[in-house]
Design a protein around this ligand. Structure first.
Ligand SMILES: *Cc1c(COP(=O)(O)O)cnc(C)c1O
Length: 825
């Protein structure tokens, strides 16, 4: 007991040397796993090491939270419906600075770190870029010492597992918690009640004023489950708090007592479905009621948690924006705005104007899409049923806003219609992006181009009214996971030359520039890449039974499968190479391995058919000896964070070929450049900024820019004209249609041809085909000049400093959040 007030107990939670770790691994076998450490196996060693590291994390977490508390820090609440964390074992060991000691401790049991981590399931609680960004941001907040929390949902099933059968995607459930999750702390004792459905009721308050309350609601409980996120070797640990839905009462006692035991359990089952599964749709909203319930569930619990902490300070509510800032990752958590209004007005009896002032200073919103059709809306009738009181608050926000618009732009009825939060049509919709813009003090895009495009397109009317509200923060990636950890050979080489500071100050990579022409350095650089290719070859063989050639040009496109990302353009290039090789086996100089990976949303028919096309072309190409000496195609199933960590370090050529103006930022592009891949890409998203940093001559930029795309669309774009004017293109398209890749079946890929012709080629694949194929010929030429290639490769890494998520988080901290990195204690 005497130890309660000191840090002594924390200090004795376990040492960081090999002996202490080994001892702890044995102890956890006994105390947590209930088994003999003399009979450990791969999985028990993973678990025991995870518990061992968690002991060290929780110690640092307590210290970090105490220090934030003592310094009265303003905190960041990062609200995201998705976190794509991947595996934690190596990254936690790295951040704790025990990666070598842990490796040695495991060696005593005859196991390597890589083997132990193979027993860990990816935490795949996200679809792609948006969720991965959230995880990189938590890593950077912890590393920089920015007080903050990540908040989301602890889905029981993450993004589905993709299997490929007969060339087609098959979805399987991702039962990632099946064997438990040793990293998390479930806090059963700290649950909040979340209300749903019911109705809004008017009543007269004691002071005579008219008030509202939300009554006759259904109730579920939100249980916090915490995953600890360490900073890199700085002793900081922050919290990712994920909510799990629990029934409000295990049994409905009335039913139970009346003897209807089974029906009394049904309630419980219904509540638990709320956190059951992640919606697997990247950017398209499905409009399903359960999804809306998920959004409100996690927002309600999070805002209650925030208010619990704030109330402990015993300050006036007007102080809230000085103590907390809520960053909304997309509009998914935007219901937080009317929720805070409801709490302040209905529960704390503040008036409307005070409450709105507080909200407007508390929330900030990050937009991730350029395409107007991808903006989130909810059917008004559905939202009125699920959240009647919130809808009434949204109407009042809108009523007041419409008055403001009217007085600024008298008589402009069209403008009122465009700007109304409620889209007034046959089936009225709630426009979540408009709500988010109105309730936030800052709205940001995620790259320089994207920040400009949203101002010109989707938010034009709002920019006229609130010009100062819009900005952009270019996305970033954590250099810990995406270089130090996933590419140890290259990391050691870099550290040997320029020292270790780059790990927390990525701009230091600039120091590699003078080495770009150094023959010996180039040679070492090449060997690192070759080493990573060998690792990938081994991984593909073991994991999928896929055999890859080692010393070829690795040409990689891994990301969600989507028309706007234009995997079809890449496969048209593959077919063109196939045609050339069929005509003349010596016509292609460079042996190229095209690697594809990515999941398609289960309901996205065309994306799934594109996967089928990739695999079908692959099957023909790979088995044709007149072709397969120069071209092979591999589709690696089930793309995910841990797979990206094996693919990206091995890549020579990074495919970033979206239609200009459609990819908001991209973060895959940054991971590849950081690992020395050269980009073949359009002037889209952050590709533009990568070009500015790395130099245009070190990339393969091709095709239309965003302005040309607009002009071309405006002037009437005709895909058939293009196809008939280009012999190679016509030939490639012909082979897609004539059954060459589908055993004579001419129907199978007709939908893809229809998208290019009958549906007008919305993503202008054909318009960029010639430029793309030509620039790929340039790629071949550069590849044959090995020195020149390696020089560019080094300069890509050297130019990647800007794309650290540390830089991105400092931008948010300085220009949006008004928080600063903390000194410790
Ligand atoms: C980085 C990453 C993404 C985002 O890739 P983009 O090419 O930017 O779309 C998606 N999924 C995973 C698993 C990632 O690691």
């Amino acid at each position: 007991m005497a130890k309660m007030d000191s840090n002594e107990l924390l200090e004795e939670m376990g040492g960081m040397d090999v002996e202490a770790l080994t001892h702890s691994i044995c102890r956890h076998h006994l105390s947590n796993l209930g088994r003999d450490y003399g009979r450990s196996d791969l999985f028990s060693l993973y678990q025991a090491l995870a518990y061992t590291l968690r002991d060290r994390l929780v110690r640092n977490w307590v210290k970090t939270q105490r220090s934030y508390y003592n310094q009265n820090a303003k905190s960041v609440y990062y609200l995201s419906l998705e976190f794509l964390a991947g595996k934690s074992l190596s990254s936690n060991a790295l951040c704790l600075g025990v990666e070598k000691a842990a490796e040695e401790a495991l060696a005593k049991f005859g196991v390597t770190m890589e083997e132990a981590e193979s027993a860990e399931a990816d935490a795949g609680l996200g679809n792609g870029g948006l969720g991965r960004l959230a995880s990189c941001f938590l890593d950077s907040m912890a590393t920089l010492g920015i007080p903050g929390y990540g908040y989301g949902i602890r889905y029981e099933y993450g993004i589905f597992k993709q299997a490929i059968e007969n060339g087609e995607q098959v979805e399987l459930p991702d039962d990632w918690l099946h064997f438990g999750n040793p990293w998390e702390f479930c806090r059963r004792g700290f649950m909040f009640t979340v209300h749903l459905y019911g109705r809004e009721e008017k009543y007269t308050h004691d002071d005579g004023s008219e008030k509202h309350r939300w009554t006759d609601t259904a109730k579920v409980m939100a249980m916090p489950v915490d995953m600890l996120i360490p900073g890199y070797k700085n002793g900081n640990v922050i919290n990712m708090r994920l909510w799990e839905a629990q029934p409000a009462r295990r049994f409905n006692l009335d039913l139970f007592n009346s003897g209807d035991y089974i029906r009394s359990m049904e309630d419980a089952v219904r509540s638990e479905t709320i956190s059951k599964v992640l919606y697997p749709s990247d950017r398209l909203t499905e409009g399903r009621e359960l999804r809306l319930v998920q959004q409100y569930f996690f927002v309600s619990a999070t805002i209650q948690d925030m208010m619990r902490r704030f109330k402990k300070l015993k300050l006036d509510f007007s102080e809230l924006p000085n103590r907390a800032v809520v960053q909304l990752n997309e509009t998914h958590p935007a219901i937080a705005i009317p929720e805070l209004m409801r709490i302040l007005i209905d529960e704390h009896m503040l008036n409307w104007d005070e409450s709105w002032r507080i909200c407007r200073r508390t929330f900030a919103y990050t937009n991730h899409t350029v395409m107007p059709e991808a903006l989130e809306t909810w059917p008004l009738d559905m939202m009125s049923k699920v959240l009647p009181r919130h809808v009434s608050i949204i109407f009042e926000i809108n009523r007041r806003f419409m008055e403001e618009v009217k007085s600024r732009f008298p008589g402009d009825e069209d403008r009122l219609k465009r700007m109304s939060i409620i889209e007034d049509c046959e089936h009225p919709q709630v426009r979540m992006a408009w709500l988010a813009v109105l309730g936030s003090f800052t709205v940001n895009g995620v790259s320089a181009l994207h920040g400009e495009l949203i101002k010109k397109n989707i938010f034009q009317d709002f920019v006229e009214m609130f010009p100062g509200r819009f900005t952009s923060v270019t996305n970033g990636i954590t250099p810990r996971r995406w270089l130090k950890q996933c590419n140890p050979g290259l990391s050691d080489l870099i550290t040997e030359k320029i020292g270790p500071e780059w790990v927390t100050d990525l701009s230091k990579l600039k120091k590699l520039e003078p080495l770009a022409d150094d023959a010996e350095f180039q040679n070492s650089w090449y060997n690192c890449k070759l080493q990573e290719k060998k690792r990938l070859v081994e991984y593909a063989r073991k994991e999928y039974g896929i055999y890859l050639p080692t010393d070829w040009l690795y040409d990689v496109q891994v990301k969600r499968i989507h028309e706007y990302k234009r995997q079809v353009l890449n496969i048209l290039h593959a077919i063109t190479l196939y045609c050339r090789l069929k005509n003349d086996p010596n016509s292609v100089a460079v042996a190229r391995l095209k690697i594809f990976g990515g999941k398609a949303a289960p309901g996205y028919f065309l994306a799934k058919r594109i996967i089928r096309l990739i695999n079908s072309v692959g099957a023909v190409v790979n088995s044709d000896p007149t072709v397969n000496h120069k071209l092979r195609i591999a589709f690696l199933p089930n793309y995910r964070v841990s797979q990206a960590e094996r693919i990206i370090p091995a890549t020579d050529l990074s495919e970033q070929i979206s239609l200009a103006g459609t990819e908001a930022s991209g973060t895959g592009n940054m991971k590849f450049a950081l690992n020395g891949a050269l980009t073949v890409g359009t002037l889209d998203g952050a590709n533009i900024e990568i070009m500015e940093e790395a130099g245009r001559e070190n990339m393969f930029i091709f095709g239309m820019d965003a302005e040309e795309v607009e002009r071309r669309k405006y002037n009437g774009y005709n895909p058939s004209e293009i196809a008939s004017a280009d012999k190679e293109l016509a030939e490639a398209l012909h082979y897609i249609g004539d059954g060459t890749f589908s055993e004579g079946d001419r129907e199978l890929f007709q939908p893809i041809l229809d998208s290019l012709f009958a549906n007008g080629d919305q993503y202008m694949v054909l318009a960029d085909y010639r430029a793309y194929v030509d620039v790929q010929d340039e790629v071949d030429k550069r590849w044959l000049d090995r020195k020149s290639w390696l020089r560019s490769s080094i300069l890509n890494t050297a130019g990647s400093g800007k794309f650290s998520s540390d830089r991105a988080i400092l931008d948010y901290a300085n220009s949006i959040w008004g928080v600063r990195p903390m000194g410790k204690e």
